[in-house]
Design a protein around this ligand. Structure first.
Ligand SMILES: Nc1ncnc2c1ncn2[C@@H]1O[C@H](COP(=O)(O)OP(=O)(O)O)[C@@H](O)[C@H]1O
Ligand SMILES: [Mg+2]
Length: 275
């Protein structure tokens, strides 16, 4: 076992936050699917319409000032941009790859999470690219206006029709990427009730254990996960993750498959794989 694996197998207290969520959304998901899409003006997911433009802005806009944000140990900063269109600021994370304070951390994991979200067609992780600011290389991530974190909303993960499917998708994604750090500060909600996933710097460990227990999977994302190949992952993520980290994604996917098979034989496919 490598030190990275040994560290990743420890269960942080935050892990228990979402365990109960596996049960929350089942009844609600049918309603969520039937809901009309929210008005575009209320959605913070403005990158979806033109992701290449947003990525280019992250790479090339001038960072005119940097301010500290949050209280996190990774000390992320907010950079204000010129021009201020199509968005006015970015999150700036340097975090060189390595083990720090008992956790694997890397700015590259932020970019890998975004690239994997794109590969899977999730549209829940804001654009993240590599760039240099003040002589340092790090991840530049699109800052989303008009969002509040679940922590700012009192710490309770939202329930109800709009949230069943996205929360289930979030848990599947976190298991796939081996993300032990989905605490309330790392889930943003916009005015259209979209769930947005941030802060993946601790993800993509080489540990193949699943960080989260689950009872159900989303049918569409599950089809996409089952179809993932090492070749596809290497093509999409090879610039950001080493071979061991990519193998671990497939390893966790296979463990998810074994867990799904077990759930299906116990409760049936209809109660496990939710359309
Ligand atoms: N892309 C973003 N858009 C809007 N707010 C963000 C974004 N990324 C981070 N934040 C805000 O900054 C806080 C800290 O960022 P985060 O990436 O979670 O780093 P850390 O947990 O290491 O401090 C978040 O809880 C959130 O309130
Ligand atoms: Mg955080």
């Amino acid at each position: 076992m490598t030190p990275r694996q040994a560290i990743a197998t420890r269960v942080p207290p935050a892990r228990y936050l979402l365990v109960s969520l596996a049960f929350v959304g089942a009844a609600a998901s049918a309603f969520a699917q039937a809901q009309a899409p929210a008005p575009a003006s209320a959605s913070a997911k403005t990158w979806i319409a033109d992701a290449p433009r947003m990525e280019a802005h992250l790479r090339t806009a001038e960072v005119v000032s940097l301010e500290d944000i949050g209280t996190g140990v990774t000390l992320p900063r907010r950079g204000h941009l010129k021009p201020a269109e199509p968005f006015e600021s970015l999150v700036w994370k340097v975090i060189p790859p390595g083990v720090r304070g008992g956790h694997w951390e890397s700015y590259k994991s932020e970019i890998a999470a975004y690239e994997l979200d794109k590969l899977l067609g999730m549209n829940m992780v804001p654009p993240a690219v590599e760039r240099e600011v003040e002589g340092k290389v790090g991840a530049a991530i699109m800052w989303l206006e008009s969002t509040t974190s679940v922590k700012q909303r009192g710490g309770k993960v939202p329930t109800g029709p709009a949230f069943g499917r996205p929360i289930r998708v979030m848990q599947m994604f976190d298991n796939l990427i081996g993300n032990p750090d989905r605490n309330a500060g790392n889930i943003l909600i916009d005015k259209a009730n979209n769930v947005i996933l941030i802060d993946h710097s601790r993800a993509f460990t080489t540990d193949q254990d699943l960080p989260w227990k689950f009872q159900r999977v989303d049918a569409e994302l599950w089809r996409a996960l089952k179809a993932l190949t090492p070749e596809q992952l290497t093509a999409a993520l090879g610039q950001w993750l080493d071979a061991g980290a990519i193998r671990a994604i497939i390893g966790r996917r296979d463990r998810m498959a074994a867990a799904v098979d077990k759930l299906v034989s116990k409760k049936g496919a209809a109660a496990t794989i939710i359309p």
